[in-house]
Write a protein that binds this ligand. Structure first.
Ligand code: AMP
Length: 418
């Protein structure tokens, strides 16, 4: 059997890449507007990093990680998300000693062995941001406003912004009791994972995807009615600030999200337009005030989000693909092919994107290739052109042709291209 890409992992070929560039460039530009700077982390991390941050009882850690033992007998894992690495790097480089508030963004592939579906892959790309050192709630609102504005700038207009608060440790302890009281009578109806989770971390039951578990979770008491005063005030101010910023949102008390490290603010943006199907979560984020400390760093509040780039691309309106060639050089005879290569270099040195068919071929077939590549200009070079230091310049859109000197060729091409 021929070799194929790993199930759930996709090739991204050049015909698709301009959309990716458009999205990534727009994200970098938006992040810069808000003072975020890019950081890049290794794709492979010690397994313990994810177990300790994402949490032992989460789907990611229990079922989805690509974990392997390397030749030095270390357990390593392909990163399933970016926050854990950000926190590890923040601690490792002692960043809190350098600045009171740190704003990073990242873009890169993540790995989860989930069941592949439309919009759900085993290698997928995330773009995310992290803010360290600001306890909120104003920065929470700014981060949500930033990402909602970003998504709308991509032309994705049909979205729903969900926010929730799961409070801090005190709220969680109160709520745990209430939730366990509610879940106990259903214990035997829950899936075996959830039965185990009830003892380890009952909040995880609310996030289970098994249909009967979701049904039971739907009627569970809301964490919002258990927020202690400080958590309640944090959430109220977040909402007031979002309202002032004009960011639409809906409070969704059942939003808990699948990672253990969150505290207080949680948010998710769902795409409501066509094309996304069931996997319509465009991004998820939240506050993780305990994580830096729990991984051995200083007590540092933090908030972040991660967006799935494939899903954003599916939701973005399509645009015609830009051409990748400005000038196509046609060698009229085999004897001028070296000269055609030289002309190519001259034009490229002037900043033009140049293609040619150095294999040769008939004039007609070379011009057909120029057309196929949507080149705006063809430059035809034959023996007499080489002798006279000129080229025949064809504007393939205006369907005009004239002779220009070799020295002027790049300038003329640029004038046509605008
Ligand atoms: P999470 O890290 O689980 O909070 O996910 C953040 C975002 O990443 C989601 O809202 C999705 O847009 C995207 N995402 C998560 N898992 C996948 C996946 N397996 N395939 C594609 N996108 C994903």
């Amino acid at each position: 059997m021929s070799l194929r890409a790993v199930k759930g992992m996709k090739d991204i070929l050049p015909d698709e890449i301009s959309k990716w560039h458009r999205l990534e460039d727009a994200f970098r530009a938006r992040a810069a507007l808000y003072g975020f700077r890019e950081a890049r982390f290794p794709i492979v991390e010690p397994t313990a990093l994810f177990v300790r941050s994402i949490g032992e009882n989460t789907d990611i850690v229990e079922k989805e990680m690509y974990t392997f033992t390397d030749r030095g007998d270390k357990s390593l894992t392909l990163r399933p998300e970016g926050t854990a690495s950000s926190v590890r790097a923040y601690i490792q480089h002692n960043v809190q000693a350098l600045e009171p508030v740190t704003k990073w963004f990242y873009v890169g592939p993540m790995y989860r062995r989930e069941r592949p579906a439309k919009g759900r892959y085993r290698q997928f790309y995330q773009a995310g941001i992290e803010v360290f050192g600001d306890p909120g709630p104003y920065v929470d609102a700014e981060v949500i406003d930033m990402v909602v504005g970003f998504i709308s700038s991509l032309g994705i207009t049909q979205v729903e912004v969900l926010i929730n608060s799961i409070g801090g440790p005190e709220t969680r302890a109160n709520y745990r009791d209430a939730l366990l009281g509610y879940l106990e009578p259903y214990r035997s109806e829950l899936c075996s994972d959830c039965q185990r989770r009830m003892d380890a971390n009952p909040l995880r039951v609310l996030d289970c995807k098994v249909p009967r578990c979701s049904e039971i979770a739907a009627d569970a008491p809301s964490i919002l009615s258990h927020l202690v005063d400080a958590d309640r005030a944090h959430f109220d101010t977040l909402q007031k600030t979002l309202t002032l910023l004009g960011t639409p949102y809906r409070v969704e008390g059942s939003l808990v999200r699948g990672l253990d490290y969150y505290t207080r603010t949680l948010f998710e943006v769902l795409g409501k337009g066509e094309g996304l199907g069931a996997q319509n979560a465009l991004l998820g984020g939240g506050r993780y005030d305990q994580m830096v400390k729990s991984l051995g760093g200083p007590d540092t509040p933090a908030i972040g989000f991660a967006m799935g780039l494939e899903r954003l691309l599916m939701a973005m309106p399509s645009e015609p693909d830009p051409t990748h060639v400005d000038v196509f050089i046609v060698a009229a005879q085999a004897s001028v092919r070296s000269e055609a290569a030289l002309l190519g270099r001259e034009l490229r040195d002037a900043g033009l994107r140049v293609e040619s068919d150095l294999r040769g071929g008939s004039l007609k077939s070379q011009l057909r290739r120029a057309d196929k590549m949507s080149a705006r200009i063809a430059m035809i070079l034959g023996e007499s052109e080489v002798e006279n230091g000129v080229v025949q310049l064809k504007d393939l859109e205006q369907k005009t042709q004239d002779e220009v000197s070799r020295a002027e060729a790049a300038k003329r091409a640029k004038a046509i291209l605008g």
